[in-house]
Design a protein around this ligand. Structure first.
Ligand SMILES: [Mg+2]
Length: 152
């Protein structure tokens, strides 16, 4: 049985997470891997902008309506979960995994295009925000707790 660098058996990994190769990629924080991820996100941003430009849709895209569209797509993620809870919800989402992937991708499309239009480099922005969150939620105070940072 293969064991990933995460120290988990391949068979222990959730199906949604993919195989050992992806798990290894997740834990590899070397500079080369960071550059690869940054290029991938940039490539997705360019693909989203190209999709829009090919259809001449930028003329309809003001920040407010783009943010509204992002929220509507997030609501479609929620819609997949409506009236289901617990084990039934998890089973339902696994059964509708492709629909979930579509809706998450729709949300990402708007995240990418809003970032594009405001020259936000999302790889760096995400890491900066994660660092801010890490300060708000120190591991020793927040580990295993669902409290807001003001209540830690
Ligand atoms: Mg959608």
């Amino acid at each position: 049985m293969s064991v990933s660098k995460l120290g988990r058996k391949a068979s222990d990994q959730p199906a949604a997470e993919g195989g050992t190769r992806r798990a290894i990629r997740r834990v590899n924080h070397g500079k080369t891997k960071q550059l690869v991820r940054a290029r991938n996100l940039d490539a997705l941003t360019q693909a989203a902008a190209r999709f829009r430009d090919d259809r001449d849709w930028k003329q309809f895209h003001n920040p407010k309506d783009m943010a509204l569209s992002m929220c509507l797509e997030a609501s479609e993620v929620l819609e997949l979960m409506q009236w289901k809870n617990g084990a039934e919800l998890i089973a339902h989402l696994h059964a509708r995994r492709e629909d979930l992937a579509d809706e998450l991708s729709d949300v990402l499309y708007w995240v990418l295009t809003i970032a594009h239009d405001f020259d936000i480099e999302l790889s760096d922005a995400f890491r900066r925000k994660l660092a801010k969150s890490a300060k708000k939620y120190p591991i020793d105070k927040s580990r295993g707790r669902a409290s807001k940072y003001t209540e830690l």
